[in-house]
Design a protein around this ligand. Structure first.
Ligand SMILES: [Mg+2]
Length: 129
């Protein structure tokens, strides 16, 4: 399975890092695009629908929580799985985001294996390494 991924984070360094982890994890990437906040992400999703969205929460203009709400309320987007990658590891925040429709949660700083495991679980993929 060749994946189309959209990485949403206001930090260029974090976007780069997540992409590097994805590439090193052995997942086959058909496409890896980046967005700088929720609004940018919605525009990129409308251009081309990704297989999965990995999003930060704290971002200017439109944060990750609003992005997840918009995705889950849009009939053309609601089937796209979203995994949150955030420094906020409070129970309250996590359960709220899962309630809004997030499929996974990875706390920053994260171990590459944790992200890979979440991706495989969410995409229902089999570990290949
Ligand atoms: Mg941020």
């Amino acid at each position: 399975m060749s994946l189309k991924v959209l990485i949403v984070d206001d930090s260029p360094l974090m976007r780069r890092f997540v992409e590097r982890v994805l590439r090193m994890s052995g997942l086959e990437l058909a496409e890896c695009r980046e967005a700088t906040d929720g609004l940018d992400a919605l525009a990129k999703i409308r251009e081309s629908v990704p297989d999965i969205v990995l999003t930060d929460i704290n971002m200017p203009t439109m944060d990750g929580e609003s992005l997840i709400r918009c995705i889950s309320e849009d009939s053309t987007m609601r089937d796209i799985p979203v995994i949150v990658i955030s420094t906020d590891r409070t129970e309250f925040r996590m359960s709220r985001l899962m309630e809004l429709g997030a499929k996974g949660y990875v706390a920053k700083p994260f171990n590459p294996e944790v992200l890979r495991a979440q991706l495989e679980r969410v995409l229902g993929m089999q570990a290949s390494a």
